[in-house]
Design a protein around this ligand. Structure first.
Ligand code: PNS
Length: 161
């Protein structure tokens, strides 16, 4: 049986913390789907299609082969999981704040469709890194290269002109 897991998120933009979790999760499953989902609770920086292509570039540059990057905008996250035969979600957990945010969603996703959630700890070197911090530093003209893959840093730099 092919073991498929989904790593969902806003990825606005993908950070080195995300990439670390994606790389290690890819080693645990036959196929990993990285799914860009619009989060209505957040003010977006990048269009969904741009987030997908930056993820694809970053994952290819990291040499990870068994990962599919796509987006999902219709219905529940667990509907996507059911459609592709995935029974596991993987989430990166940096702190107790993330545990508090993710736990109710994990329980609801299990209630809705029996989809289990695995929490993975990112490398502590990335524990302080978040997309929202990157968006803020980029918006104010700072250097985001310590926090994001090279393709993202290049894109955000170019975006500033
Ligand atoms: O990176 P984020 O913004 O923290 O990701 C949050 C995300 C996209 C994973 C979350 O908003 C989500 O799961 N959305 C899908 C909507 C859904 O299925 N909700 C019901 C079950 S929680």
């Amino acid at each position: 049986m092919t073991r498929i897991a989904v790593v969902p998120g806003s990825f606005d933009p993908v950070t080195l913390g995300h990439l670390d979790v994606i790389e290690r999760a890819a080693g645990l499953f036959d196929q990993l789907h990285v799914l860009v989902v619009h989060n209505p609770g957040k003010t977006a920086l990048l269009p969904i299609a741009q987030r997908v292509s930056l993820l694809q570039e970053s994952i290819a540059a990291a040499g990870v082969k068994n990962v599919l990057v796509t987006s999902w905008s219709v219905g529940l996250l667990v509907d996507y999981c059911t459609d592709v035969g995935a029974s596991v979600l993987v989430k990166g957990i940096r702190s107790q704040v993330d545990v508090a945010y993710e736990t109710p969603m994990a329980i609801v996703n299990r209630d809705l469709a029996g989809v289990e959630t695995i929490f993975m700890l990112p490398d502590p070197a990335h524990a302080h890194v978040s997309s929202s911090l990157v968006r803020q530093v980029a918006a104010l003209g700072g250097d985001v290269s310590p926090y994001v893959p090279r393709s993202v840093a290049n894109y955000l730099q170019k975006d500033r002109g």
